[in-house]
Structures are given as C-alpha cells and as structure tokens.
Design a protein around this ligand. Structure first.
Ligand SMILES: Cc1ncc(COP(=O)(O)O)c(C=O)c1O
Length: 190
C-alpha cells in the first residue's frame, strides 16, 4: 500500500534506531525523522520549505546536481563553493565573505563526498555549526555514503555535532549502504 506522508511508525522507529546505534544521535521518531522516496526526494523538496524568491543557497563544486536543481525549482539562487584538493576537498570556510554568509539561507555539505571520496573531520562540522548559528543559515548534510568507507574509517553524522539539530538536517539513504537504489528508501533527520 501507499504509506502515509510521514511514513510508517515502524520505519521511523527503525531509522531513529539506526541513528542511535550507528552515530549515538537521538532522534525522536515522531518529530525528527521523515522517510523519503529516496533521499533525492528530500534534497529537492527541503529547498521548497526553506528558500524563497532569490534566496541564496551555497552548493559545493563539484557536487550532486540536485542541490542546484532544487534551488532552481524553489526560485532561489545558488553560489558555488569550490572543493579543492589542497584543502582535502573541504570548502574553505574562511574564504567565504561575511556578506555571503549573511545572505545564505542554506549551505549544502556532503561527506563522505561524491565525487571526490573525501571525508570531513568533526572539527569541520563544529565550525560549520558555529557559523550557522552566527549567521542564521541551515546546514543541509547529504550523508548517503556514511557506511561506504574503508580501512577502518567510520564516517560521522553531521548530527553528532553539538548544536547541529538546531541548525541543520541530515539526509541518508538505503541506496548505497544496502545497494538498493531502485527501492527508493531515504530519510531526513533533524
Ligand atoms: C551525493 C548523493 N546524494 C544523494 C544521492 C541520492 O540517493 P537516493 O535518492 O537514491 O537516496 C546520490 C545518488 O547517487 C548521491 O550520490
């Protein structure tokens, strides 16, 4: 059958359970978890909730195209933030002008990263949460590759960062971890 718009309680509880076990992040299954028809659905739709006419969204370059497409569909504008090898393919948070931070309503991040394969240290997320609080933008963390890591490395969730839930949302997916891209099961948490 079609599920309800908020997904079945069992699925929401399973998602909250995964976030608790895997990341130590407490999500209320009734208020802080939303199942999605694949995470891409949420990546596009979240911008309709956040972005109005001409609002600025910061997107990584290179980056998954839906961050930009969702911005177009919401009548927003985007600026690209370069990911350079010298900085481990992290955005240079110090190089972004203060005026840009003030105008931004949302900032996309995606680690482990597609297409570079880069990962983000916890300090990077802490810095970003701090900036989001200071300049009042929303951090949108796209984290479908959290469990596709190697050599003992365990990727964190952005939501592990103190204060993250107040300023951000994380998207995740069964597409990569469980190799079930055709099943279209994703989630938003935060
Ligand atoms: C970075 C990134 N985000 C999101 C997705 C979307 O995944 P899905 O909609 O299957 O959950 C993909 C798929 O390739 C991706 O590479």
């Amino acid at each position: 059958r079609y599920p309800s718009y908020t997904g079945s309680p069992e699925l929401r509880e399973a998602i909250a359970g995964y976030y608790a076990r895997r990341f130590g992040v407490a999500l209320d299954p009734n208020r802080e978890v939303l199942p999605l028809i694949g995470s891409k659905e949420g990546l596009a739709h979240v911008l309709m909730a956040l972005v109005g006419d001409g609002d600025l969204v910061l997107v990584p370059d290179p980056g998954y195209p839906t961050y930009r497409m969702g911005t177009y569909l919401a009548d927003g504008v985007f600026e690209t933030v370069p990911l350079r090898p010298e900085l481990g393919f992290l955005p240079d948070l110090d190089a972004i002008p203060e005026e840009t931070y003030r105008r931004a309503v949302a900032f996309w991040v995606n680690y482990p990263n597609n297409p570079t394969g880069a990962t983000a240290p916890r300090e990077f997320y802490a810095r970003l949460v701090d900036l989001a609080h200071r300049y009042n933008f929303v951090v949108l963390s796209d984290n479908p590759y959290a469990d596709i890591t190697f050599d003992g490395y365990r990727a964190p969730s952005f939501l592990e960062t103190p204060g993250a839930k107040e300023v951000g949302v994380e998207f995740n997916s069964l597409s990569k971890t469980y190799n079930m891209a055709g099943g279209r099961v994703g989630m938003a948490g935060g």
